[in-house]
Structures are given as structure tokens and as C-alpha cells.
Design a protein around this ligand. Structure first.
Ligand SMILES: Nc1nc2c(ncn2[C@@H]2O[C@H](COP(=O)(O)OP(=O)(O)OP(=O)(O)O)[C@@H](O)[C@H]2O)c(=O)[nH]1
Ligand SMILES: [Mg+2]
Length: 306
């Protein structure tokens, strides 16, 4: 017998929330499926701070994939807004994808994420990511068994977001479970993020990648000015916020080495994104306790949900 959603070949479209613990690989998958770097990726937890939508358009359907911050215990106002973004995403979508790093063991964090999905009551798929790190694939079986007992998943999809292995199977599975409907966005629209926001995200990614443990949490980036001087050249000014003068020193580095490194690699990615040369200027600003400031978070673009 055919599944109710497979009875005809009509077009399907809808919103899909991508949720999971920090570091599961959600943003890696988003970027991979959209084919552009729209979300920062790093090995530091809490990389993603707000919802980022990516549009994936196929002949059979269109997916608006909503990347969300990794689920964690909120400490600062920043973290509360991050978690509100997760709840808001779960509320607003047709389907949920829970992504799990298959190479680590199950912990309380996983139970917490699972509970959020259960509470949403939405149709959901389970993705086991980082299969490239799992030598013996039979190791996935206990995980699948455990998750299988917890919720009525529409499908299980093991994949490697980094290598792009089996990601098309996920796309097909998602489309199969979306409602019938017209495309929600034009084919050339691939995200809801502005160029300014993507530029800031790229700069922040480079900071996350070049600094150690503490700096990622206290750093935010805002594109303050974007001057399109010619069709093929833009002058961009980004402000990097930290909370203390000592952190400013670290971000700048000895002889400004670190800031130069961040600037060079960010410029490279930004030029690829916008398709022409850019001049990127970075400033580091100290703004005490921005993570607990409503106003600073508004300015930085980490929105309060509804
Ligand atoms: N080996 C391997 N690493 C992966 C894979 N997918 C993602 N990663 C790595 O996992 C780390 C976290 O990836 P992100 O995409 O930033 O994870 P995230 O779930 O978006 O994390 P948050 O935004 O903090 O919630 C990065 O170092 C990625 O390169 C994968 O399939 N295999
Ligand atoms: Mg992320």
C-alpha cells in the first residue's frame, strides 16, 4: 500500500526545523544542502545564535530548512533568546528534523532535545550525522533502537553532512513528508539572511576558528557599513564586540596577527559569496555584558521571539 504522501506526484513545500545539541552538524548540513555558506560552522558549541533559513528547491518540492541554535542550558539573556529561537522554530514548521551526532554517546542533552521534539508533537525525522566517524556501522543500531522506542519517527537517515554522503536521501525523505503546495520562494532565493548578516556570520566563524575556549562566547559581529562602491567592488566595515579589554587584546593578537588572519580568510569567503572583490575593515569594540543587554542583542540582530 502506498503511504498517504506518495499517492500522487504533486509538488510539495514547507518549513522544516533542524534541531539538535550544539555541534551536531546542523549548520554544516544547511550549508551543504543550500550550496552556499549561510551559517557559521565551527567545532565550538553554540556557534549558531539565531534562526537561519535556507531554501532548497527541487523538481519535486521546496524545503525551507530552518537552522537553529544547539539546545543548551540558558545562562545569559543571549542564551535565553537562542533557546526561544528553537521553540519558535518548532512551533512554526510542518516537519522537524532532529540531528544527532552518531559518534558520541547519549546524554541528558539528547533526552532534553528529544523531549522538545515530543512536546512539539510534529512529524519528525531522525538524522544520525557524522557517519564518517563511525567505522563499524552496526554501532548505529542501538541508537536507532533507543530513538525508535521514544517517538514515532517518519524515517531514520544516517548521513555525513561534512562529506555530503546520503544527504540527497534526506532531501527526498523530507519532501515526501511535506504538505502539497506551491513553492514558497523563487528558485534563486536561497536564504532569508541579508548580505550584511551573512558577512557578519562569516567574520564570526573565522574568529571562532582562530581563537580558543573563551572568546567564541563573548564575541558578536555586526556589519556596520556596506558601501557598494561599484558593481564589482564593496567596502565593508564590521564591528567585533567583546566584553573586556583583555578579550579585545586576544582577538587582535600580537602585532594584530590574529585580526589580519581573520580578515583575510573572511574576505575570501565574502568575495565568493558576493561574487566580486571586497575591502573588509574590522574593528574590535568592548561592550561590557552585551550578552545580558536587551538593547545590545537587538542591535546585534539576535532577536527576541514574538
Ligand atoms: N566528521 C564530521 N564532522 C562533522 C560533520 N558534520 C559537521 N561536522 C563538524 O562538527 C562541528 C560542528 O558543526 P556545526 O555545523 O557548526 O554544528 P551545529 O550543530 O550547527 O552547532 P551549533 O550551531 O553550535 O548548534 C564542526 O567542526 C563540523 O565541521 C560530519 O558529517 N562529519
Ligand atoms: Mg550551527
Amino acid at each position: 500500500m502506498l503511504d498517504e504522501n506518495e499517492q500522487n506526484g504533486s509538488y510539495r513545500s514547507g518549513y522544516v526545523a533542524l534541531v539538535g545539541r550544539p555541534n551536531a552538524g546542523k549548520s554544516t548540513l544547511l550549508n551543504r544542502l543550500v550550496g552556499e555558506k549561510i551559517a557559521a560552522v565551527s567545532n565550538k558549541p553554540q556557534t549558531t545564535r539565531h534562526q537561519i533559513q535556507g531554501v532548497i528547491t527541487k523538481p519535486e518540492g521546496q524545503i525551507v530548512l530552518v537552522d537553529t541554535p544547539g539546545v543548551h542550558q540558558p545562562g545569559y539573556l543571549l542564551n535565553r533568546r537562542m533557546m526561544a529561537a528553537v521553540h519558535d522554530a518548532l512551533d512554526g514548521v510542518d516537519l522537524v528534523v532532529l540531528m544527532r551526532d552518531a559518534s558520541v554517546s547519549t546524554g541528558n542533552g539528547d533526552r532534553f532535545v528529544l523531549d522538545l521534539v515530543k512536546q512539539s508533537g510534529k512529524p519528525a525525522l531522525l538524522v544520525l550525522n557524522k557517519t564518517d566517524k563511525v567505522q563499524d556501522k552496526s554501532q548505529l543500531l542501538p541508537l536507532l533502537e533507543w530513538y525508535g522506542q521514544q517517538y514515532d519517527w517518519r524515517a531514520f537517515v544516517p548521513l555525513s553532512a561534512r562529506r555530503g554522503e546520503n544527504v540527497e536521501a534526506l532531501v527526498a525523505e523530507i519532501i515526501k513528508h511535506l504538505p502539497e503546495g506551491e513553492p514558497l520562494f523563487a528558485e534563486d532565493e536561497f536564504t532569508d539572511q541579508s548580505v550584511r548578516a551573512m558577512v557578519a556570520e562569516i567574520v564570526r566563524e573565522k574568529i571562532l576558528r582562530t581563537t580558543g575556549e573563551e572568546i567564541p562566547y563573548v564575541t558578536a559581529v555586526v556589519t556596520e557599513k556596506y558601501e557598494q562602491e561599484r558593481a564589482d567592488f564593496a567596502h565593508i566595515y564590521c564591528a567585533i564586540f567583546v566584553e573586556r579589554a583583555s578579550q579585545k587584546k586576544i582577538v587582535i593578537g600580537k602585532g594584530a596577527e590574529r585580526l589580519k588572519e581573520v580578515g583575510t580568510s573572511a574576505r575570501h569567503d565574502i568575495e565568493r559569496l558576493v561574487g566580486h572583490r571586497v575591502y573588509l575593515e574590522l574593528f574590535v569594540r568592548v561592550q561590557e555584558n552585551w550578552r545580558n543587554s536587551e538593547r545590545a542583542l537587538d542591535e546585534i540582530g539576535i532577536k527576541k521571539q514574538r
